[in-house]
Design a protein around this ligand. Sequence first.
Ligand code: ATP
Ligand code: MG
Length: 491
Amino acid sequence: MATDLSAFLKQKIESFSVQPVVYAYGTVSRVGDGVARVTGLPGRCYGELLQFESGAFGMAIDLEEDGAGVVLLNTADVIRVGSRVRGTGRVCDVPVGDMLLGRVIDPIGRALDGEEIVSDVYYPVERPAPDLVSRRAVDAPMETGMISIDSLVPIGRGQRELIIGDRQTGKTTLALDAILNQKGKDMICIYCAVGQKASTVSSVIETLRSSGAMEYSVVVAATASDSPALQYLAPYAACAVGEYFMERGRDVLVVYDDLSKHAVAYRAMSLLLRRSPGREAYPGDIFYLHSRLLERAACLSASRGGGTLTALPIIETKGGNISAYIPTNVISITDGQIYLESELFHNGVRPAVNTGLSVSRVGRAAQPQAMRKVSSSLRIELAQYREMAVFSRFGADLDASTKKMLGSGERLTQLLTQGKHELYSLSEKVALLLWFKNSGFDDVAPAQIHDAARAFLQKMHETCGDALAQIDRTGDFTPQQEQAILQAARS
Ligand code: ATP
Ligand code: MG
């Protein structure tokens, strides 16, 4: 027994090996306002998570020979000068996977709605965009349910379409409606809130919940009270969550609400790190901040699974100035913009889309055939109406044909307005525009158009439900179906 034991111990001692874990330590030399400077700490990589003695985390974003500039992920943590910091060897990452559906998380994957999130798969928040050969042209529509958007500035799956406008012009509502409209369309939606009031974010979540949209959605939130570092990470994290689904062949829609606040958070972070300020005090790499994010939106080729990631970034302008620094940057990165105007909004034209300044550069190719047939002349009609409307303000004597055109333009403008969360299916939009094109609304006063449209749709559902279902299924209509709709409407 005793020999057994000594043999056993001997064997254990012989096979014992020490595996030293090597940590590089640094020391905090300066701390304040959510950033810290660390000396020592060799061999760090960009974006690496660092852990402070108190257990708090920071992210190394300025790497120097003798130290690093660190942004703190939680400003409430107590960090003292002289305390030790160690590298974790991990870059910032988020848990990804199906268990995120219906959840609200912060940019580093901590649950904000209760139960902890457990996942085997983590994606780094910063990932390279898909390369050229992995992409294909945008070919499927991403319908918002808004008649004005889907007819005039159609969005395709995999496209980047900017929503831009002053404060309180319905930007968030429009993006939310796009999410609500994806119900039953096999789309995963991600709403990323950056730098907004916590109460605004919670009302968005409430809207998603009550409409049953949370089942296919994820909310990534960094509110105004969070550290600039978390706000900076939020859009990248939301994109990484979307990429997981895209790489598995799914269609994903990501809303970034909004990137102006994202740029401001990054500016705060950079100034605190004492980087040199450039135009409007933004750092020199501010363009790259958004371009590397939006380049990750893609329509993948069949060999990469065929998934898509559509991005709807939001930008807030000041005094309608879309040619300011950040707005022009993001306009040049995206494939088009939807410009929402305060004046239109206050005149009751909601969504307040300025059709002259809004454009979609790739979505036309993806627009369903049925919609293309009924919407081809709308843009020019609206442009003519706007021009004439300016003239008629001078009280000029108008001839009958001009009066007719003004009336028609006014009715069309009214037809393109929609209440919030009031969404139309493809067939409903097509039927309405078809009826408009065939002078169906000519006898209706502009103020009554909304009610007339509702009555018309009810009649359509009662009398030619088959034709409507066919349009929704095939995305096109035959001359017979067109006649059936028009006849039913006239009867
Ligand atoms: P902020 O700049 O504060 O983020 P925003 O541009 O995102 O504002 P929203 O919050 O979407 O604007 O909308 C502002 C207000 O307008 C809200 O009270 C919303 O309910 C209302 N609103 C937006 N769109 C419509 C609509 N189509 N019909 C009626 N009301 C609307
Ligand atoms: Mg908003």
